[in-house]
Design a protein around this ligand. Structure first.
Ligand code: SF4
Length: 171
């Protein structure tokens, strides 16, 4: 069955700031968190943006062979979890990793059946609301220090939060 998803913008290719390597970024439309200092408040409205066909998005991502991963951002991607489960399953291939940003915590996502289904498809989750008081421009791949960059597969396997280790980090 064909699904649609509401996005704030068309897919963005060749990002180098939303996770490691060259990445496709998907800007999900609609967010319930209302974090003060949010950099994308235009993504809060659930009726704004435009609808996109998920099968078409899958084809666009798979047609671009240079990208090393996909990042689900927004907005709050987990508000459209079921459409994104379909999309993520359609783009999985060796060496291609899936990251997502969420204002929900890992524990909140795990407790919700629909959101958990998307969580289980991810490699990395950057979790938690943006906290203006904890903003630090030196942080890599996250906006405020309360947010965690979580290795989802290891965390689900061990039952305890395992943070992602950057393989290219300097020793
Ligand atoms: S979760 Fe992200 S998009 Fe939503 S209000 Fe917070 S910073 Fe903005």
């Amino acid at each position: 069955m064909s699904k649609q998803i509401r996005l704030a913008a068309p897919l963005q290719f060749d990002s180098i700031v939303d996770g490691p390597g060259l990445r496709v970024v998907l800007w999900s439309q609609g967010c319930p968190h209302g974090c003060p200092g949010c950099h994308n408040p235009e993504t809060w409205d659930y009726q704004a943006g435009n609808r996109f066909n998920v099968d078409m998005l899958i084809d666009k991502i798979n047609d671009n062979k240079l990208q090393q991963g996909l990042t689900l951002s927004g907005g709050e991607p987990f508000e459209q979890a079921s459409a994104l489960v379909k999309l993520v399953k359609g783009v999985q291939k060796p060496g291609f990793n899936i990251w997502a940003y969420s204002g929900y915590t890992f524990e909140q996502l795990l407790a919700d059946e629909d959101k958990r289904a998307l969580l289980q498809e991810l490699d990395v989750l950057v979790d938690g609301r943006f906290e203006q008081d904890l903003f630090d421009y030196k942080l890599q791949f996250k906006g405020s220090s309360n947010q965690r960059i979580i290795d989802v597969k290891q965390t689900l396997a061990t039952g305890t939060i395992v943070l992602w280790q950057d393989p290219y980090a300097k020793f």
